[in-house]
Write a protein that binds this ligand. Structure first.
Ligand SMILES: Cc1cc2nc3c(=O)[nH]c(=O)nc-3n(C[C@H](O)[C@H](O)[C@H](O)COP(=O)(O)OP(=O)(O)OC[C@H]3O[C@@H](n4cnc5c(N)ncnc54)[C@H](O)[C@@H]3O)c2cc1C
Length: 426
């Protein structure tokens, strides 16, 4: 990156997940001083898989080529299974899980040119952290709240009783964001809400998966579409393991916690109308716990004064489109380009960058929240006007994904930059 004059501000990032770490990497590459405060004492997340779509994949090298190198070095594709090279551009095969065609292929959904690419989330995080100097990451620091000090920065208070004063703060602290709570003090309707679905999740060894559903279904990423429920599986870890989920529509979630213990009978009852493949997966699920799927209501802004929010802190969506992490990466790209712009010199300029970021990123990321939820209805064969009609399903899948994937990622940056320059000059 070209040399820029030293900036008169430091960016404080709360949360070192995929959003926080990609943002930090992008800012550091543009010579912006950064400090990260992460609640966990180290990264030891459970190893569930993550699938990243083409738009976020195209963003990665623009944030920092090393992010893409890391992702591509960890990634599992269909070509990792010998004999399945022909599926290199397949995103998912979609298979009927109920009705007369149960077990048949509905469509081969392509995602050119990358096809399905998946990583084990913990591996990706471990590798991302290596891009950030150790001395700027503060583990074991859980944010309690933020207090704005009149024109003098933001007081950042941690649960351990420590405090710092920050010039500007970017909240990357996930769906239960404390930064977001501080942006909307006392306002109702800002908290994540139950989306109307819960799921069963597991990671299977490939041999067990092959024994359950056969070689093709185990090795090619598959969505099983059925009445009121759907299943999903995709290979991770160079096709040694398979990430599996089965999601069920259910209006109410009458439990305080987001994961609740359940019995094997509950799981079997939820899926008793599903076909052989989903049944085979459910029979082998090691744990019948039910995971409620929450999402964010649409917020009126992602930025106020010296504070902005990014990724799940701003727009957590359901997983039914595999787009949440991708949205955090798109946000990180736009924000690091704006703040890295040589015209942004002071904390006040960063506040202007926040305004432009909000105006460009909020409509798209909130539309993703809505469309991800709608996707659940598509997968459960109950979307209005589509139902279980084969042709409508095929067309709707294609249209929805092309909208998500065909984004001009640099175009979003330039639109936001244009707005930011206009506000800076005003
Ligand atoms: C079942 C499921 C499957 C999914 N599958 C996919 C998929 O295939 N593809 C995809 O793109 N997305 C997927 N997602 C969504 C994706 O996981 C998220 O969108 C993504 O992780 C968001 O990244 P983030 O950095 O914004 O938040 P997070 O990953 O939640 O990171 C937040 C970080 O902030 C830290 N933190 C939290 N609170 C505090 C605090 N008070 N103080 C300091 N630090 C704090 C946390 O420890 C964490 O490190 C899925 C989600 C679910 C639930």
């Amino acid at each position: 990156m070209g040399s820029t004059p030293p900036r008169q501000f430091t960016i404080t990032i709360i949360g070192g997940g995929i959003g926080g770490l990609t943002l930090a990497t992008g800012l550091l590459r543009r010579n912006i001083p950064v400090q990260i405060y992460e609640a966990a004492s180290s990264f030891s997340e459970i190893g569930l898989g993550l699938s990243i779509g083409p738009a976020a994949h195209r963003c990665m090298p623009l944030i920092d080529p090393k992010i893409r190198e890391i992702y591509d070095s960890l990634v599992t594709t269909h070509a990792d299974s010998p004999g399945y090279e022909a599926y290199r551009q397949t995103w998912f095969e979609v298979v009927w899980a109920s009705g007369k065609k149960e077990g048949d292929l509905l469509m081969d959904l392509k995602a050119a040119p990358s096809g399905q690419t998946t990583v084990r989330r913990a591996d990706f995080l471990d590798a991302l952290i290596s891009l950030v100097p150790r001395e700027i990451v503060h583990f074991g620091k859980r944010l309690d709240c933020l207090v704005e000090r009149d024109g003098e920065g933001v007081m950042v208070k941690f649960e351990d009783g420590s405090e710092i004063v920050a010039d500007v703060v970017i909240g990357c602290d996930g769906i239960k964001s404390r930064v977001k709570e501080s942006l909307f003090p006392g306002e109702v309707g800002m908290m994540p809400r139950y989306s109307g679905m819960y799921g069963y999740r597991a990671v299977f060894d490939m041999e067990d998966m092959v024994a359950a559903v056969g070689d093709q279904r185990a090795r090619v990423s598959t969505m099983y579409v059925g009445n009121g429920a759907y299943g999903i599986s995709y290979p991770i870890m160079r096709a040694q393991k398979v990430n599996v989920g089965v999601y069920v529509l259910s209006e109410k979630w009458d439990c305080e916690t987001w994961v609740r213990k359940a019995k094997r009978e509950d799981m079997l009852r939820d899926t008793d109308h599903m076909g052989r493949y989903v049944k085979a997966l459910i029979e082998r699920m090691p744990d019948p716990s039910q995971w409620a799927i929450f999402e964010h209501p649409h917020l009126s802004t992602f930025a106020k004064s010296r504070v902005a929010i990014l990724g799940d802190a701003a727009h957590a969506s359901t997983p039914h489109q595999g787009a949440g992490a991708g949205q955090a990466i798109e946000d990180a790209h736009v924000l690091s380009e704006l703040i890295g712009d040589s015209r942004v010199q002071s904390a006040e300029d960063v506040m202007v960058a926040f305004k432009a970021y909000d105006e460009i990123r909020r409509p798209r990321s909130q539309r993703v929240v809505t469309s991800s939820k709608e996707n659940a209805y598509l997968l459960c064969l109950c979307m209005d006007g589509v139902g279980d009609d084969e042709e409508s399903l095929k067309n709707t899948f294609q249209q929805r994904l092309h909208w998500l994937w065909d984004l001009d990622v640099q175009g979003q940056v330039e639109q936001a930059r244009e707005k930011m320059i206009a506000y800076l000059e005003y």
